[in-house]
Design a protein around this ligand. Structure first.
Ligand SMILES: *Cc1c(COP(=O)(O)O)cnc(C)c1O
Length: 434
């Protein structure tokens, strides 16, 4: 099974095997990009990013797709999704700052989070005061009674009335890793439907003059493959929201993506049909929005590493060490996530050598691929790449071991532009005060 070449369906849309057997993305050879920008390197296929945005807008409608920026955010990405007509979901003051710094209007941002601070709420309620008829973000998704207290307080001090949605915890356990399941009753997120908190929150907001209620929201979790889970959430939310007669309903993000040969995920288009059909079948009259993150960006990128050390332990295994690791992709350590890898100079070669691909950090948990396969002619200095690293890689990157975070390039039609430069050693001491 695993000795087969890496499946091209896991690659970004414009990935091609060139005449010499090596890979290009957006018409740019990964070899050249590695020489030019160094490794590790995140290479995004810009056309792929744009076509996922367009697919989502096609499925749900203009202004009905809210990109969950935590999956991958930098100024260029914020601009790209804005150009494609998506709204942006920001879940911290920092994400909001980056989006606005990139030129995204406050009223194209939706503010999220289970523990928004007074400062963050102030920012969400007042941003864009100079440029918009109505200041503030498009809406705030309120998550707790404490947050409602904080909004009341800011409003009483003169902050404008925000539009809000109520985040409902619908009591659905999505089939995914426990750390990223968010719709079950035992969750830090939202107002529980089952114990009546969601209804109480709505009642309170309706009687308050410091908020304007526009809809209800749920998000059942991330990397969910089972469309039935989404249909079930839509059904529960439809039943809950129908009597409220509100203009909007947001059904969250969470659509899974295939990371490995054995995985298969629904497309954004298929996801759209499932959600919208379920809403229609249950009489939803509100406008339905979604917040995909992973499904927009994950398979748009590969990470390119250089192999530094190969250690064969007879009868045990072969370790291939690359120049990145858990600092640029913590998902294997956090969730035990699987990835594929391939040798960049011979993408179509069989991968006959079982290997564990590890990083350069000082712990044994620093694993990128637990049970991987690479071509058996692998040499020190070769480039190895992992596909489907566009989501929750760069955005979760750290400086562990004071390893500078990688650069990010967007490749399209034969040219590559640097959108996040590699950190330097100087960056590592930028915050130190001596
Ligand atoms: C993380 C998150 C999303 C996006 O999840 P993906 O799995 O990346 O699609 C959407 N909505 C909320 C509220 C989230 O927390």
């Amino acid at each position: 099974m695993s000795s087969r070449p890496v499946p091209m369906r896991l690659m970004p849309e414009t990935a091609r095997i060139e005449a010499d057997g090596s890979l290009s993305i957006g018409g740019c050879s990964l070899d050249d990009l590695a020489d030019r920008f160094g490794t590790p390197l995140f290479v995004y296929d810009e056309d792929h990013l744009r076509s996922r945005c367009r697919e989502a807008v096609e499925a749900f409608g203009a202004d009905r797709v809210i990109y969950a920026s935590k999956a991958f955010l930098c100024a260029a990405m914020a601009r790209l999704v804005d150009e494609e007509g998506l709204l942006i979901d920001v879940a911290s003051g920092g994400e909001m700052f980056v989006a606005m710094h990139a030129g995204v209007a406050a009223d194209r941002c939706v503010f999220h989070g289970n523990n928004k601070s007074l400062d963050e709420l102030q920012m969400a309620m007042t941003a864009g005061t100079d440029t918009q008829d109505r200041p503030g973000v498009r809406h705030i998704v309120v998550d707790s009674f404490d947050e409602l207290d904080r909004i009341d307080h800011l409003h009483s001090r003169g902050a404008p009335t925000p539009r809000v949605m109520v985040r409902v915890t619908p009591g659905i356990h999505a089939h995914t890793h426990d750390y990223i399941a968010t719709g079950q009753d035992d969750s830090k997120f939202g107002f529980n439907l089952a114990n009546g908190d969601a209804a109480k929150a709505i009642d309170r907001i309706r009687r308050s003059r410091s908020t304007e209620l526009i809809g209800v929201h749920c998000h059942i979790g991330s990397n969910v493959f089972a469309v039935e889970s989404f249909a079930r959430a839509a059904e529960v939310m439809a039943a809950f929201s129908a009597p409220l007669d509100l203009p909007e309903l947001t059904l969250g993000g969470g659509l899974g993506v295939a990371y490995t040969e054995s995985e298969e995920a629904p497309t954004l288009t298929a996801w759209g049909s499932v959600l919208l059909d379920a809403c229609r079948a249950h009489g939803v009259k509100s406008a339905v929005s979604v917040e995909p993150g992973r499904a927009i960006v994950a398979s748009a990128a590969v990470t390119v590493y250089r192999v530094g050390t190969i250690k064969h332990i007879d009868g045990i295994r072969t370790y291939v060490s690359v120049d990145g690791g858990m600092s640029d992709n913590p998902r294997p350590v956090l969730y035990g996530s699987g990835y594929e890898a391939f040798g960049v100079r011979s993408v179509a070669a069989p991968r006959d050598m079982p290997v564990r691909i590890v990083g350069k950090h000082c712990e044994s948990g620093d694993v990128l691929i637990f049970e991987g396969h690479l071509p058996d002619d692998l040499r020190i200095g070769d480039l190895v790449a992992t596909p489907v690293t566009g989501a929750y890689g760069h955005s979760m990157a750290s400086n562990y071991n004071k390893v500078p975070r990688p650069a990010v390039v967007f490749a399209s039609q034969g040219s590559a532009r640097l959108v996040v430069r590699r950190e330097t050693y100087e960056d590592l001491v930028r915050l130190d005060i001596v």
